[in-house]
Design a protein around this ligand. Sequence first.
Ligand code: SF4
Length: 362
Amino acid sequence: MSGAANTPLFELRELRRHYPIERGILFKRRIGVVRAVDGVDLVIRRRETLGLVGESGCGKSTLGRCILRLEAPSGGRILFEGEDLAGFDRTAERRFRRRVQAVFQDPFSSLNPRMTVEEIVGEPLLVHGLARERRARLRRVRELLELCGLPRQLVDRYPHEMSGGQRQRVGIARALALEPEFVLCDEAVSALDVSIQAQIIRLLEDLRERLGLTYLFIAHDLSVVRHISHRVAVMYLGRIVEIADSELLFADPRHPYTQALLSAVPVPDPEIERRRPHRPVGGEIPNPAAPPAGCVFHPRCPFAEARCRREPPVLRPIGDRHEAACHRLEETAMAGPHSGDRVADGGSGEDLATPISTGRAT
Ligand code: SF4
């Protein structure tokens, strides 16, 4: 591993990604801007899984794409091992592209239907000139399939001849072909059945341990994020509103938006469901082209007061490993039996808690 061991793998400083809204065909006129990511400070430590959650449209996938350099930031900086990505020359860029990879949501659409598993998994090796000779490449593809719990004989199959879980394992094998250090998992299990989700999550955890990987795990499902993440960041309308060690966040969520997300996760035990505190919020996520003034959550927040409509809150610490952006953190603590542990046992979490081998997929 290169870079100082205590330097974060990634550090985002005031990261922004804004999209202009333009009108006109010949003479384009800017009439506004969508603030998909709007001033995010975030650290991703080596060998951790950082979960990133929020409703659809909150900017979490855009943030992931900026980290991968698939999108150019509009402002702010992204440091990789302390070095600004914006200053990378072609050699540094090529090296970076080998070290960071991604697994996306829908394995069916992200795999070329005309390519066999051998071609899909072997392609990055070919592109980077790592195994030009077919026999060497095939050997490596078979090793990668085995690593991901797939039978070696699958090399001749096409994506449509496999199950959803097998296809996602192939996607993971392809992502690992270049021996990356960082893998962005963007809704990587969202399209799968609950029992298959659990298997893929076990596989990702196992691979992290064995290969020393770092993940940014993007999802809208809190149960899934909790299970795999060391820390969790909650995003709302382009901003991080709360970040904490996973257990802390689920045991003591302090931002009203995080509390609302947790309230929305069903718990199958009716007694626990009745006793646990609920703090749902109404309304829709506002238009990111016209975010509310002050705290962007104020139109939906049960705690909103005059100050919230004027002053945007900044992240501030609650204890050691927990921060939230809210003016009224002293009043938002939720009393009574908390949803934290129970949420993990409920809904899809129940299946995630079932020990499932990362061995061969069926
Ligand atoms: Fe609610 Fe105000 Fe806190 Fe925003 S700053 S989350 S509106 S209490």
